[in-house]
Design a protein. Structure first.
Ligand code: GLC
Length: 433
């Protein structure tokens, strides 16, 4: 069992150092533009969804632009939906006709994504849906998530789930053999009895590990985004995955297993309120929220996988582009406090958060104080203090009104505690002795 954790630790090293990734949800659902669950939410039968396949022509798909944007934002890896729950394949699968190369797009959208992101030095991952609402052998009427659930016109007699499994395993094999070295396989998701060995998870995982031993896999052969599975116990299953994938939330204290071993994890979060493109959804987070969200993850030893949902033409919405550029402006000056960093030796301070990498302790000051900022360190533990963004020297001080607080340090920004040099997150780099 410890071997499993050892292998996991080695495999996930680059991933945990990277901290920040781009999630991309893209498919036919960009045309109805009401999110990637549109078929489910509106109970759209497969025939009524067909016009989107016939029409799909993403004439402005230019993954090089996506890759440049990811790079500019400081993202170090990216994960694209090769197939989402609607079953439409962005890649040229030999096992189905329901694929991008058979649409007006006429291109293998996955291959172009991989080429473009690799060229920018960004690690690449593919999302693959375990569910499939297009495949005739996936349960319809009796499945709680299927668009045709409860619909007696779509009974499940005669559907052969084993045939579906063969198809699903076959497609995973295609992705792992036809597209070069992949860094992440992001499977989605398990629910009810559609979990674990129902997917023939041991067999699937054996194949994954044998084809690409270094690929890292999430925990969703066991669970969905609301729980974590055996990766958090002291007996992770063979298919427990390499990292946990909390969805739209950040775990309160990060994640450790029952023995206290740190468990790699990644929060996946949308920029607005949908994964797939939703034309009416303008409820975007601000760049400030995104940056603080990222720092919260890092301060708890986790990653942030931040989503964009390109539109039917293939473009990332301008709101998302703007936010990511702003995040990038902050990252350009402050990313030393992100990459390779994790939880600090000090507890969360009143005024923000800490991240740490070896002797470098990063104080992320987010709330203005009326007086000097308290550091729970003795002055003789500190070698030097710098503002991270410009390298300017800062000094520890002991203002007159703090003399009765013993054995602690304080800092201000050259005599002033506010306004903060950067209201989003001012990073103070503290080099420890
Ligand atoms: C889900 C959803 C989905 C989304 C994913 C991202 O479980 O089904 O549409 O792709 O989570 O985490």
């Amino acid at each position: 069992m410890d071997d499993l954790i050892k292998a996991r630790t080695e495999r996930t090293q680059w991933f945990l150092d990277s901290r920040f990734g781009m999630f991309i949800h893209w498919g036919l659902y960009a045309i109805p533009a009401r999110g990637e669950w549109v078929r489910n939410n509106e109970r759209i039968p497969v025939e009524a969804y067909q016009p989107y396949f016939d029409e799909f022509e993403p004439s402005r798909y230019d993954p090089k632009q996506w890759a440049r944007l990811a790079k500019e934002a400081g993202m170090r890896y990216a994960v694209l939906t090769a197939k989402h729950h609607d079953g439409f394949c962005l890649f040229d699968s030999a096992l189905t006709d329901y694929k991008a190369t058979n649409t007006k797009a006429g291109r293998d959208l996955v291959r172009e994504f991989l080429d473009a992101f690799r060229a920018e030095g960004i690690k690449v991952g593919l999302y693959y849906s375990l569910l499939d609402w297009h495949h005739p052998d996936y349960p319809h009427m009796t499945d709680q998530n299927h668009p045709m659930r409860g619909n007696s016109a779509y009974p499940d007699e005669g559907r052969d789930f084993n045939r579906y499994l063969e198809y699903m395993h076959g497609q995973v094999r295609e992705l792992l053999t036809q597209y070069g070295k992949l860094d992440i396989l992001w499977l989605d998701f398990s629910y009810g009895k559609m979990a674990g060995e129902t997917w023939q998870a041991t067999k699937l995982m054996e194949m994954i590990r044998s084809l690409q031993p270094w690929i890292i896999v999430n925990n969703r052969l066991e669970v969905g985004g609301e729980s974590y599975g055996s990766i958090l116990t002291d007996h992770p299953s063979f298919y427990a995955g390499d990292f946990a994938s909390p969805e739209q939330m950040v775990p309160p204290k990060g994640m450790v297993d029952l023995k206290g071993n740190p468990v790699p994890w990644e929060s996946c979060i949308t920029l607005n309120d949908h994964w797939g493109y939703c034309a009416a959804d303008k409820h975007y987070k601000t760049a400030k929220m995104v940056i603080r969200n990222l720092i919260e993850c890092v301060s708890k030893n986790g990653n942030l996988l931040l989503n964009v949902g390109p539109d039917a033409k293939g473009e990332i919405p301008p709101e998302s582009v703007e936010i990511l550029r702003e995040v990038g402006r902050w990252m350009r000056k402050n990313s030393d406090s992100v990459y390779g960093c994790g939880a600090a030796q000090l507890d969360k301070p009143d005024w923000g958060r800490f991240t740490q990498k070896g002797r470098k302790l990063y104080a992320h000051v987010m709330d203005e104080n009326v007086c000097a900022y308290l550091l729970d360190l003795k002055p003789d533990q500190v070698e030097k203090v710098r503002l991270l963004s410009d390298g300017a020297e800062m000094k520890l001080e002991q203002p007159w009104n703090t003399v009765s607080i013993q054995d602690k340090s304080f800092f201000t920004f050259w005599g002033k505690s506010f306004p903060l040099p950067d209201p989003t997150d001012t990073v103070v780099e503290i080099t420890l002795k």
